[in-house]
Design a protein around this ligand. Structure first.
Ligand SMILES: [Zn+2]
Length: 123
């Protein structure tokens, strides 16, 4: 009799129920290879690269704010030197006064004059 127990999880490659051990992620080596190849190219790669940029942007903003400070004004170049990529953000927020905040997850910034920025943390 073949083992018909399934772990309740679906194969990350073919989406069929996985049989066998609970920690398996794929049916077999074929599915594992298929999945790994698809992760190295195409949309998955693009998504992962952008996610990495957003994560890095957030980390850079986070590093500007010490734990006790709510906001801090810094020059745009300081972020750029740290590797911040301004064209990537997760969302933006416009205040009633017409100021636009650009966010990477829970950290963001407001453009000030002369290439200065106000870095903020979302509550
Ligand atoms: Zn599979």
């Amino acid at each position: 009799m073949p083992n018909t127990n399934t772990s309740g999880k679906l194969c990350l490659s073919c989406q069929k129920p996985i049989r066998g051990r609970a920690d398996k992620k794929f049916c077999d080596d074929f599915c594992r290879n298929q999945h790994n190849n698809s992760m190295k190219s195409g949309p998955e790669k693009l998504i992962r690269n952008i996610n990495a940029i957003l994560r890095k942007n957030r980390k850079i903003l986070q590093e500007q704010l010490k734990q006790t400070e709510k906001t801090i004004a810094i020059h745009r170049d300081k972020l750029r030197m740290a590797g911040f990529q301004f064209k990537y953000m997760t969302n933006q927020y416009q205040t009633q006064k017409g100021h636009t905040y650009f966010f990477c997850y829970d950290y963001g910034y407001l453009l000030l004059e002369n290439d200065w920025l106000l870095v903020v943390r979302k509550k």
